[in-house]
Design a protein around this ligand. Structure first.
Ligand SMILES: O=P(O)(O)O[C@H]1[C@H](O)[C@@H](O)[C@H](O)[C@@H](O)[C@@H]1O
Ligand SMILES: [Mg+2]
Ligand SMILES: [Mg+2]
Length: 281
């Protein structure tokens, strides 16, 4: 299985690089950044998101015809979001579509691979920075081949925390997002940041530049690849109320260690969006 998995991961890296090239080229062509919307007027998608997802899935199907897929744009088009024990590719073709539309320079192709409902490897290609983040379970995390290690900071007051505002603008949700943000700023922490992509935020945790990232409202395709990258860099994952993380729950804390994660959890005004798999929370 070892060599088989490596072969699959090598393909994921190759296709992520190919996809990243398509994204870079599309940035120079306004038509390919024409905006359509999904769940709300600020939940953006472009033909490039759809084209890149199609490219990845077709490429994988040719080599691994029995594998299954959960892709952001396929789910948006009506496919089920179900994780089984079968080998499954979890794909976000462009993580940071809003950034892409505005040429804000953090845009990633994110690919996680799951077997037995456990993420086996993750590939995040931050394509405008040309940074290829990779991690395979039990084998460490890397950026462009260099090993990654989370920050050793234990004191949240000396930390940078990353988060995002998401695309839900219902008053109650926005209130909760700001309540968490206010609580965390008031700890006080050194700073709060957000790259505009969950996958890149998680890679920043893995790289040791930010101590923790949290968000409520993300989807499994935003965080599948990043989850194994964070863990393999020595970090921890948690639910926003402190329990074990569930990648379908749309709630995540990814941190350099348990001390920082638990401290952040205390300040999060948690809520429960509809799960990706449609199950009850
Ligand atoms: O750009 P996306 O693939 O749609 O992912 C975004 C998501 O839309 C946004 O709501 C989150 O706040 C970001 O963290 C995701 O990366
Ligand atoms: Mg995304
Ligand atoms: Mg996306």
């Amino acid at each position: 299985m070892d060599d088989v998995l490596q072969n699959i991961m090598d393909h994921a890296v190759a296709v992520a690089r190919e996809a990243g090239q398509v994204v870079r080229e599309a940035l120079c062509d306004e038509k390919q950044r024409d905006v359509m919307t999904k769940s709300s007027t600020v939940d953006l998608v472009t033909q490039t998101d759809q084209r890149v997802e199609h490219l990845i899935i077709q490429s994988v199907k040719k080599k691994f015809p029995t594998h299954r897929f959960i892709g952001e744009e396929s789910v948006a088009a009506g496919e089920a979001c179900v994780l089984t024990d079968d080998p499954t590719w979890i794909i976000d073709p462009i993580d940071g579509t809003t950034n892409f539309v505005h040429s804000f320079p953090f845009v990633a192709v994110s690919i996680g691979f799951s077997v037995d409902k456990k993420i086996q490897f993750g590939v995040v290609y931050s394509c405008l920075e040309d940074k290829m983040f990779t991690a395979r379970r039990g084998k460490g995390a890397f950026c462009n081949g260099e090993p990654l290690q989370v920050s050793d900071q234990e004191d949240v007051r000396r930390s940078i925390i990353a988060t995002e505002f998401g695309s839900n603008r219902e008053t109650e949700t926005v209130e909760k997002i700001f309540s968490s943000l206010r609580n965390i700023l008031n700890i006080p922490v050194h700073g709060v940041r957000g790259a505009g992509t969950a996958a890149v935020n998680m890679c920043l945790v893995a790289s040791g530049c930010v101590e923790a990232y949290y968000e409520v409202g993300v989807h499994v395709w935003d965080v599948a690849a990043g989850s194994v990258i964070v863990e393999e860099a020595g970090g921890v994952l948690m639910d926003v109320e402190g329990g074990p993380v569930d990648l379908m729950s749309r709630r995540i804390v990814a941190a350099n260690n348990g001390t920082v994660a638990h401290r952040i959890v205390k300040e999060i005004d948690a809520f429960s969006p509809t799960r990706d798999d449609g199950r009850d929370q």
